[in-house]
Design a protein around this ligand. Structure first.
Ligand code: FES
Length: 172
């Protein structure tokens, strides 16, 4: 679906309601949301550029620069943090040799990974959770990270889901 097709789902006088879906569509198309894209979107939706920017930057799922080969989102929201999300994030940082903290992407020097800390991936009963290129790896421990990232770099990443064989968030 193109940008204009997304916009066509909204009444003319409610076009601004298409802002979030249009941001998703731009990111899907370009891999990230550039300043130019936000300016064009503001024109399309008859909004100020600042309105588009402030909305887009509020959400951690939007990216404003191109990622490396693989994007890694590590959740440190409350549910994941209680079960070791901070340790998982630290293990990812240790693996790429960088401190990963906050919503701005940290890029590995080998060009493989862009890592972000995120607040919640919406899979709270399965934490700690990490998304690799949008696929969720759940029930993680710090010990899983070196193997998972090596598999990702080698292009032979296992099927997503629980690292402990848990199904559909069943009780631990
Ligand atoms: S807190 Fe981690 S998925 Fe919700």
């Amino acid at each position: 679906m193109s940008l204009s097709e997304v916009l066509a789902h909204y009444p003319n006088d409610q076009a601004r309601a298409a802002l979030i879906p249009m941001l998703h569509k731009i990111q899907e198309r370009d891999g990230y949301i550039s300043k130019d894209a936000m300016t064009a979107l503001a024109e399309d939706l008859k909004l100020q550029v600042g309105q588009v920017e402030s909305t887009a930057t509020f959400y951690s799922m939007f990216r404003f620069e191109p990622d490396m080969k693989h994007s890694i989102d590590v959740c440190t929201g409350a549910s994941c943090m209680i079960r070791g999300g901070d340790d998982v994030l630290k293990a990812v940082g240790d693996h790429i040799g960088k401190k990963c903290k906050g919503h701005h992407a940290v890029h590995s020097d080998d060009g493989n990974f862009s890592v972000r800390e995120v607040e919640c991936l919406g899979a709270c009963s399965c934490g700690p959770v990490m998304a690799v290129d949008g696929e969720y790896y759940e029930d993680l421990s710090a010990n899983d990270i070196p193997v998972l990232l090596q598999e990702t770099a080698d292009g032979r990443l296992r099927a997503p889901g629980s690292m402990r064989g848990r199904r559909l968030g069943e009780p631990v």
